[in-house]
Write a protein that binds this ligand. Structure first.
Ligand SMILES: NC(=O)C1=CN([C@@H]2O[C@H](COP(=O)(O)OP(=O)(O)OC[C@H]3O[C@@H](n4cnc5c(N)ncnc54)[C@H](O)[C@@H]3O)[C@@H](O)[C@H]2O)C=CC1
Ligand SMILES: O=C(O)CCC(=O)C(=O)O
Length: 634
């Protein structure tokens, strides 16, 4: 029996596609029809019937009957179905199992599905068996499922309405579900609110009827100020991913329940200013310029992921001042750049591009003139970081002699030789390849003077950043023959999308390979980046860890267990830690763990405390002078 108390709220929750991610009868069909030769066609029919039933196009009785006929299922199929469903419980229900158990007396599962599989699933999360209202199967003597218990109101149209009316519950009723039959309870006047649950499916006809749309159970709990597993529902946190980042990244954010928007191209400053206002997590590649003007309008922004190596497109100083953590992927695409550089050096020194072009015009020009091996030639690397060093190793394996110049004293790998000055390197090299970072001071690092120092007939590559080379000087050097071949992947101005024309003085020059900034664009690299960067951003959002951040003090934090974590970002001035701890002392709060790291601009203090503390503590922490950002996670 249900315990009914006045002023009580009942939570009426649907099962299929709400409590679980799937429709159980669809899954049962996959099991029962596993060996059927028309399996796919029948499953498709079942899905269509399910959807038509859910959106109110078919009567419920019709939909159940039609599906059961098509299923040809047996009692022996049920254990496999239950096993599958256990792994398909909706993420936000899994996360909030404590809510379900804590409010077991008030939670009713009301479904036109079947108790035989619903009860084992929902009771595993603490829901009471007697609070499950659903149909039951009818079996024949051989154990085949041949129908359902027709006496049950849930097997009939408006069955949920009839059931709730018969229960005669005293108190408020909130319905959470994805289907039209869930809305009908509200329509009948029996429920106070209907929450359209969209974590697994979105049914426009249902959404338009809802009092609220709940993309997750967290959202429902947040909306009703009920205890929940997340301090703030992720569905309220907007993630904006630009420049066609790999789908794996989109999936990672979506599966955590974030509200994700993706755009194929980059946005210009004004467009980004418009978009950024309600964005908390921004993902970009190399083209999007995150300027101080953009950041001025980014008051919700918590972190930025550069889905690439370079972060020169981001105003890091302003990000730090505003407490926005920036992460990149320092290693994921390095190998791809190295392979392209090697390929281009070989193609250029063999004069393959003009030869290939001629062949396409029908010209057979077999000759060894101006074609050389790379073996024994001197490769000069400007910048000996992650890419420069890797290229050094691979080039040596091909028999090249490697020289490098870096502004930082770097360990020479293999037999590579360090040059004391850039001029020395340029004068000695047969091939010059640029691999410096894109800091502003590297603008026009290679100009007319530097080309003048290079050997006659040098092969020149820039796969680093466009502004590092004075393009007009390169054009002159190519025309004069000083540079015999060039591979250029990066340009001072690059088109924002694939629809924009590429305009550059290098177009049309002989033995020049032009590529559209694809040094790091391989399937492997993009998938690596697509996993790596969201991993960093999620660690920061979920846990506060900043390990690998390019602008924040780096902290690798332990996982949060049975406590709340308070994260305080402040300007790096003396005395803030003392002020934070004075507040904890004033309110007698026991600190379970505390971490502090600073850099020149900011300090980052993380304090883990037990769950019982008052709102005043949070308010006082937020109002400490020089606080930049404060947040709380649990
Ligand atoms: N074309 C593409 O698709 C890609 C381009 N890149 C670009 O390649 C470049 C190198 O990347 P990583 O090796 O990962 O960077 P890194 O940061 O590991 O190495 C850069 C090195 O350049 C050195 N350096 C900086 N300024 C210098 C100067 N003026 N003279 C000599 N050395 C200088 C630094 O000390 C550092 O050792 C970056 O600009 C990056 O953005 C990276 C990946 C893909
Ligand atoms: O693939 C991209 O968008 C940019 C690659 C790049 O230049 C980088 O990783 O720094």
């Amino acid at each position: 029996m249900l315990t009914k108390t006045l002023e009580q709220t009942y939570f009426v929750i649907d099962f299929d596609s709400t409590f679980t991610k799937v429709e159980a009868l669809d899954v049962l069909g996959e099991i029962s029809l596993a060996a059927h030769r028309d399996r796919e066609a029948i499953l498709e029919k079942i899905k269509i019937i399910t959807d038509r039933g859910m959106s109110g196009e078919l009567s419920l009785a019709q939909s159940i009957e039609m599906r059961l006929q098509l299923l040809t299922a047996h009692r022996d199929h049920l254990p496999a179905l239950i096993e599958t469903l256990k792994n398909e419980i909706s993420d936000s229900f899994q996360r909030n199992r404590h809510f379900l158990a804590e409010h077991a007396d008030q939670i009713l599962i009301v479904s036109s599905g079947f108790k035989e599989f619903i009860v084992p699933i929902v009771t595993s999360l603490g829901i009471k068996e007697e609070n499950v209202f659903a149909n039951t199967f009818v079996f024949d003597e051989a154990g085949n499922i041949v129908g359902c218990d027709c006496e049950n109101p849930l097997a009939t149209d408006k069955g949920k309405v009839k059931l709730i009316r018969d229960l005669n519950l005293e108190g408020d009723i909130y319905v959470i579900g994805d289907g039209y039959t869930d809305y009908e309870i509200r329509e009948s006047g029996l429920a106070n609110r209907f929450y359209a649950f969209t974590e697994n499916v979105m049914r426009p006809k249902v959404i338009e009827k809802a009092d609220y749309v709940a993309p997750s159970l967290d959202e429902f709990l947040y909306h009703n100020k009920l205890n929940r597993s997340q301090s703030y529902p992720k569905s309220r946190i907007k993630v904006l991913l630009l420049e066609n980042v790999h789908p794996v990244a989109v999936h990672l954010f979506e599966s955590e329940g974030f509200n994700v928007e993706i755009l194929k191209g980059a946005l210009d400053e004004d467009e980004l200013i418009e978009k950024i206002r309600d964005v908390s997590i921004l993902g970009i590649r190399s083209k999007t310029q995150v300027t101080s003007r953009v950041l001025e309008n980014a008051n919700k922004l918590m972190c930025i992921g550069a889905f690439c190596i370079g972060t020169n497109q981001i105003d890091l100083k302003t990000c730090t001042e505003k407490g926005i953590a920036v992460f990149n992927a320092p290693y994921s695409n390095t190998r791809s750049v190295v392979e392209l550089a090697i390929g281009e050096i070989i193609m250029l020194v063999r004069n393959i591009v003009p030869k290939s072009n001629k062949m396409h015009e029908g010209v057979w020009d077999k000759s060894a003139n101006n074609s050389f091996e790379v073996r024994g030639k001197k490769l000069g690397l400007v910048g000996y970081g992650n890419i420069g060093t890797q290229l050094s190793v691979v080039a040596e394996a091909l028999g090249m002699e490697v020289y490098f110049y870096d502004i930082v004293d770097k360990l020479a790998l293999g037999n590579a030789k360090k040059c004391k000055t850039l001029d020395e390197l340029l004068a000695i090299s047969d091939f010059v390849s640029l691999h410096t970072d894109g800091r502003a001071s590297n603008k026009n690092l290679i100009g007319a003077r530097e080309f003048g120092l290079m050997k006659e007939g040098v092969i020149f590559l820039n796969l680093s950043r466009g502004h590092i080379v004075d393009v007009q000087a390169l054009v002159e050097a190519i025309k004069s023959g000083r540079v015999a071949g060039a591979g250029v992947d990066v340009f001072p101005y690059e088109p924002k999308t694939n629809n924009e024309e590429f305009i550059n003085e290098l177009r049309g020059l002989p033995n020049v390979i032009l590529t559209p900034h694809i040094g790091g664009s391989t399937e492997e690299a993009q998938e690596n980046i697509g996993n790596f960067v969201p991993g960093k951003l999620l660690e920061y959002i979920n846990n506060g860890s900043t390990y690998g951040s390019v602008n924040f003090p780096e902290l690798q934090l332990p996982l949060l267990k049975e406590s709340h974590r308070l994260l305080h970002i402040h300007a790096n001035v003396p005395g803030i830690l003392a002020k934070i701890n004075a507040i904890f002392a004033k309110y007698h709060i026991n600190i379970q763990g505390q971490y502090l790291k600073t850099n020149e601009q900011i300090g980052y203090v993380i304090t883990d405390v037990s769950k019982d503390y008052s709102d005043e503590v949070v308010s006082e922490l937020r109002h400490i002078d020089n606080t930049i950002k404060f947040r709380l996670i649990y």
